[in-house]
Write a protein of this length. Structure first.
Length: 340
């Protein structure tokens, strides 16, 4: 295979590289004609760097599966198989083909899986004098949260409060934000006594997040960026489609994606009635870490209760403004179960 084209890949940065460096021609991989192509040899350094982050593992997955599940590097599996097999042969990797079972390297697994060790240390050993140097100098976690989005003035977010009694009056605007510090209970992101503003970008999602039940009455508020705030409101984005292509930084991108997946899963995990507030401590710690080392105003992550929407946690309450409130009644609830 001599030429590959922009249509062979889904990774936006790799597509951008091909678009800037390629020429119009015919693709030997997907057989597209008159499309921007690039010699496959020009991507060999990237693929060699990529393959160095995997190891053969009998209990693993195919390298193609791991790449596509986490980054969707290729536009389809057929292109992925062809390109991986061709590059593996050209480079001479210990991995023989795209379907051979592999796992990430021990160095990557040790870095990312430190999250599990950290959670236990924070809950049962110490939480106020943790060695920050471990995360910054040894693990490099302070550079793993570079994906950010800005909240625009036209963006609308939602927050909801359950009514405690039937026909209760709608909550006023000033009661739809988070409670004062002295009443702030611990949450997934905020420690007790430090209020953060929890929002969703989808109105239906916020009803799932507050565990609304059939016939419950709810006040639903809309929030927007306070018009008096001139500076950009920057949010650390855990919902982006991660890119894998980056010369000399593939290892870092792999670690960043895998770590953020673990953290996002814990941030969005619903708290069960019999769980302990100690389970909040690790995500409270990592939110504080991100707040300090990336200088962002909040975090955006996926909802585990309603996959259509995303949740936001805003650190500074004064940058968002409640603009309206309405009262709704829950008309339908869908409950599903699974065997344990």
């Amino acid at each position: 295979m001599q030429f590959v084209c922009i249509n062979c890949f889904a990774d936006k940065e790799l597509r951008g590289f091909i678009l800037s460096q390629g020429n119009i021609g015919n693709c030997d991989c997907c057989e597209s004609n008159e499309v921007v192509t690039i010699p496959l040899v020009e991507l060999l350094d990237f693929f060699k760097e990529l393959f160095d982050n995997f190891q053969l593992k009998h209990q693993g997955k195919s390298i193609l599966s791991l790449i596509q599940e986490n980054w969707s590097l290729f536009s389809n599996l057929d292109c992925g198989n062809k390109i991986l097999n061709d590059t593996l042969e050209k480079i001479g990797s210990t991995i023989s083909n795209s379907n051979e079972l592999v796992d990430f390297s021990d160095e990557i697994l040790e870095n990312v899986n430190y999250w599990f060790e950290l959670k236990e240390k924070l809950k049962s050993e110490r939480r106020y004098f943790t060695d920050i140097e471990v995360f910054t100098e040894d693990l490099g976690w302070d550079s793993f949260f570079e994906s950010k989005v800005a909240i625009k003035k036209e963006d609308v977010f939602y927050r909801a409060r359950l009514h405690q009694n039937a026909d209760e009056d709608i909550y006023p605007l000033d009661k739809m934000s988070c409670p004062p510090a002295k009443y702030a209970t611990a949450g997934r992101a905020n420690p007790i006594g430090i209020p953060y503003l929890y929002l969703s970008d989808n109105e239906e999602t916020i009803l799932y997040e507050i565990r609304a039940s059939y016939l419950d009455e709810v006040s639903v508020a809309t929030f927007s960026k306070d018009e008096t705030i001139e500076d950009d409101i920057i949010i650390s984005d855990f919902t982006e489609t991660p890119t894998l292509y980056h010369p000399n930084a593939v290892n870092k991108r792999i670690k960043s994606t895998l770590l953020k997946q673990l953290i996002s899963r814990d941030l969005s995990k619903p708290m069960r009635r019999y769980d302990s507030e100690l389970d909040y401590i690790p995500t409270q710690f990592i939110c504080e870490f991100i707040k300090v080392f990336t200088n962002v105003h909040g975090i955006k992550f996926r909802s585990s209760l309603h996959d259509i929407g995303n949740n936001l946690v805003i650190f500074n309450l004064n940058i968002m403004k409640c603009t309206s409130v309405k009262r709704v009644q829950i008309s339908k609830v869908n409950i599903r179960s699974r065997n344990l």
